[in-house]
Design a protein around this ligand. Structure first.
Ligand code: SAM
Ligand code: SF4
Ligand code: SF4
Length: 379
């Protein structure tokens, strides 16, 4: 018997999309993947280049002057990015995050921000448009980004101590300039600002309390990220991961905390607030507590490949479709089919394998040596 089908409820391209089997729909009518997860969040990498060489992301020994970064012609143009983003919005995306490499190194990025800020959901609402940056040129760019329509920023900052920070970024970049960037972003209204700290045991975990105290009592939410085994070049070792539970315990011992509810479903960070009312922190436990079951994120690489998981080894080449004479409807149809077939849940499989409950290695996303690098796909 033929499978029962229903049309997409809130999709401008519904008529042209391949008819979607009922099993692929979530109760609210949004497109779902093979595990029922909706498509809500799109991360767009706008460059694979960076002025930092954080050892957990772009170790200097690999990303040296001989490394072949993508040529300009390989990058999606602003028009191509905006066209693709519009199709994702039609499929249910409500949040777009620009990332990289270092996104603020892409020339005239504010022009792209303005183009994306003009996109509307089928209900006529603006998107939640944000950007993740290492903050190195944020002080100079914050006003232009705000004027172009960027809503808020997330700034990566791994230490307050200048010497430790310079070692972490491995580009001898001073912490004061990133702090100035955060201040300027706050002044121009790019908030609520989040600050991300990747914690590497034995490298910067001694900075946890100093960082917590620096942002306590401010509207800025500091989030501690477990060091992940993403990519194939950072020499990741489990003994360098400091579990989030330990981060919370260390802060709680000095400044008591209590857990609070997530803001929205699919949020990666677990939230904690200070009992004295002086703000909150977040922890992102990608290694010790997988959150694949709510993962509603798609990633568009710098050269237009669609990745369904941070740990994937292959992407789907949307640039080939954009540069051939396919219509919006056809490309939207392809995106829909790709999302529907998605089964990725790498972190869950890794946890199951570590607990001896699953296959030896998470097979869904490929072997480590073939995994996509973080600077190429964005965080
Ligand atoms: N250059 C920008 C920045 O650093 O914010 C944006 C791109 S960066 C790849 C995005 C995020 O990924 C950053 O917050 C960074 O700290 C995080 N990241 C990179 N490698 C990581 C790893 N191995 N484990 C956990 N987080 C990582
Ligand atoms: Fe650059 Fe960001 Fe990667 Fe650090 S984490 S090397 S700042 S892309
Ligand atoms: Fe999403 Fe993949 Fe991370 Fe799981 S491992 S939360 S599927 S990106």
């Amino acid at each position: 018997m033929a499978e029962k089908v229903i049309p997409l409820a809130d999709n401008r391209y519904a008529a042209a999309l391949p008819r979607i089997p009922l099993t692929a729909m979530r109760p609210n009518g949004l497109l779902g993947d093979a595990l029922g997860r909706p498509l809500r969040d799109l991360r767009i990498s706008v460059t694979d280049r960076c002025n930092f060489r954080c050892s957990y992301c772009m170790p200097k020994e690999v990303f040296d002057k001989h490394y072949d970064f993508l040529p300009q012609t390989s990058l999606l143009s602003f028009e191509e990015i905006t066209r693709t983003a519009r199709l994702f919005v039609a499929h249910g995306v409500r949040k777009i995050r620009l990332t990289g490499g270092e996104p603020l190194l892409r020339k005239n990025l504010e022009v792209l921000v303005a183009m994306l800020a003009a996109l509307r959901t089928p209900n006529g609402d603006a998107l939640d448009l944000t950007l993740t940056t290492n903050g190195s040129v944020l002080a100079r760019k914050a006003q232009a980004l705000k004027d172009a329509g960027l809503k808020r920023v997330t700034v990566s900052l791994d230490a307050l101590d200048d010497a430790i920070f310079r070692r972490m970024n491995d580009a001898d970049f001073p912490v004061a300039e990133v702090l100035a960037g955060i201040e300027e972003a706050q002044r121009v209204g790019l908030g609520p600002i989040k600050v991300n700290m990747v914690v590497k045991r034995g490298t910067n975990d001694g900075q946890i309390l100093a960082m917590a105290r620096h942002f306590k009592g401010t509207p800025i939410v500091l989030r501690f990220i477990e060091y992940m085994d993403v990519g194939a070049t950072n020499g990741w070792r489990m003994d360098e991961v400091l579990p989030s539970a330990e981060v919370v315990a260390r802060i709680h011992a000095a400044h008591p905390l209590e857990a609070i509810e997530a803001n929205v479903s699919g949020e990666t960070a677990e939230r904690w607030r200070y009992l004295d009312g002086s703000g909150e922190i977040g922890v992102i436990s990608s290694v010790t507590q997988a959150f694949c079951q709510d993962c509603n994120r798609a990633r568009l690489s710098t050269e237009g490949k669609l990745f369904l998981c941070l740990f994937a080894s292959q992407g789907h080449d949307l640039r080939a479709l954009l540069r051939a004479s396919y219509s919006d409807e056809q490309i939207a149809g392809a995106i829909g089919l790709i999302w529907q077939a998605r089964t990725d849940r790498y972190s869950e499989l890794r946890s199951a394998a570590a607990a001896g409950e699953g296959p030896d290695s998470p097979g869904a996303s490929g072997a480590r040596e073939r995994r996509v690098e973080m600077h190429y796909i964005g965080g």
